[in-house]
Design a protein around this ligand. Structure first.
Ligand code: ADP
Ligand code: ZN
Length: 432
């Protein structure tokens, strides 16, 4: 199903022509901001010399720190009066940054979300319960307006308050929900704990999960527990928020809307493009943003582009699951480990429950990694022999995957703190 078939099925050539044309426009617009007027001068970039995609590499990068240093209005390219909305990043990796939207920016964002929702099967018949935080976080209002645009009945629940969420699912016959994957796992536990059979007692059919990395194992857990289809949703506030890239019915990679963004995948060390299919850092340029265009923004998110065409007919390229941010990478005894590798192992094991947490510490001067794992409700019988076996099995699988042997601590179900929004997966105690 398409929301805007013409734009969603542009072919490669049309996409690239449009990108070139819009790149010229966005560069001409960006130079009106305090930040880019200075930056272009420093780097000797003449905006008029940018003819199209072939000149992209001449443009300087924009870093998260630049947004912080020029907080809040240093990137503004229009009169302040034209800005009608402000959001802020959730600050997972430091001081938050502000994002400014004109009316047209909000409209484009909502259109992209309408495409995403339609692509995953959401229609005007749906009751859409939005379980991410409203307020400064973009996942609330962003998704909300997208759901309204496709004509769904949007319920602005916000994050947390799980019993009330479930009561409302029953009361209003919710068919679609949007949440972080960590919260969705928690929701599954609560639904089970209340003795609800989601297949009989609820009308849920689609879960849209995003805003933090998760594994195929987590998707499967939520799908199986609730009897629904789960689609991966990707976005970041600097690029509007959710709706940047989303899975279609194929559930195989997320189409990134290339009429609104240019995607480059670069080697984070050399800043050169990676080879086709290789993993790299997503570097993105906004093509249609008026209030606050960003050029070659280094997202720090790591992914690869899937090869080939998607059977759904959209030619906007697909990105693979985000394995994490380059700044998520843990260096343990000199070995690079991503939290997502640990999640992959844990969530593929049926004995493992819905939550885990990684602790990094120093033991006798060396790095030490502890993986706290909740055992699944059905498996947790307290039999010590079984638990010891499971502990060794998890430890061995993690060692095979990461090349580091962690200490594994098994916990009872519900032992770890629950997050309502983005989960804190890694606690680094090495500096303490
Ligand atoms: P913050 O950067 O403070 O977390 P945002 O709310 O803007 O603020 O979060 C955007 C980030 O969330 C992305 O850059 C990415 O790291 C992560 N993210 C969003 N969606 C996904 C997803 N589907 N898979 C993995 N990571 C995601
Ligand atoms: Zn597709």
């Amino acid at each position: 199903m398409f929301w805007d078939k013409e734009k969603e099925t542009l072919d490669r050539k049309q996409i690239e022509e449009l990108q070139s044309e819009r790149l010229r426009e966005v560069v001409a617009r960006a130079v009106k901001s305090e930040f880019y007027s200075k930056k272009f001068k420093e780097c000797g970039v003449d905006p008029g010399s940018i003819r199209g995609l072939q000149d992209l590499a001449k443009l300087p990068f924009t870093a998260k720190q630049d947004l912080r240093d020029h907080f809040p209005f240093g990137f503004l390219t229009v009169d302040r009066k034209q800005i009608v909305r402000l959001h802020a990043s959730s600050g997972t990796t430091g001081k938050s940054t502000a994002v400014l939207y004109t009316r047209s920016d909000l409209d484009n964002w909502t259109e992209m979300l309408a495409r995403c929702l339609t692509m995953s099967g959401v229609t005007a018949d749906d009751v859409f319960q939005n379980m991410t935080g409203y307020g400064m976080f973009t996942g609330g209002l962003g998704m909300h307006y997208g759901a309204e645009r496709v004509g769904a009945l949007a319920i602005p629940m916000g994050a947390g308050n799980t019993k009330w969420q479930i009561a409302n699912m029953k009361a209003y016959g919710t068919t679609v929900f949007h949440a972080t994957p960590s919260y969705a796992l928690h929701l599954c536990e609560e639904i089970a704990a209340e003795g609800i059979d989601p297949r009989k007692d609820l009308k849920l059919r689609i879960g849209l999960l995003g805003a933090e990395p998760y594994s195929e194992g987590t998707r499967k857990k939520v799908q199986d527990a609730l009897g629904i289809d789960v689609f991966n949703s990707f976005g970041l506030s600097e690029m509007n928020g959710p709706g940047v890239a989303f899975e279609c019915e194929e559930k195989n990679g997320m189409h990134l809307w290339e009429d609104h963004y240019i995607l480059e995948l670069l080697n984070p060390a050399t800043l050169e493009p990676v080879a086709e299919g290789e993993k790299g850092e997503m570097v993105m340029t906004t093509l249609t943003r008026e209030g606050m265009p960003l050029i070659r923004y280094r997202t720090r998110d790591l992914t690869s582009v899937l090869p080939g065409e998607c059977p759904c007919g959209r030619h906007h390229r697909r990105i693979a699951r985000i394995t994490g941010r380059s700044d998520d990478m843990m260096i343990i005894k000199g070995v690079n480990v991503f939290p997502s590798q640990i999640e992959d192992v844990l969530m593929a094991m049926p004995e493992v429950g819905c939550n885990y947490q990684i602790e990094l510490m120093r033991k006798e001067g060396a790095d030490h990694i502890v993986v706290n794992v909740e055992v699944g409700e059905t498996f947790f019988k307290g039999d010590i022999t079984d638990l010891n076996k499971l502990q060794r099995k998890i430890q061995e699988r993690l060692r095979e995957e990461t090349l580091v042997k962690p200490e594994v601590r098994l916990l009872e179900p519900n032992a770890l703190p629950r997050s309502m929004g983005k989960a804190v997966r890694v606690v680094d105690k090495r500096e303490l």
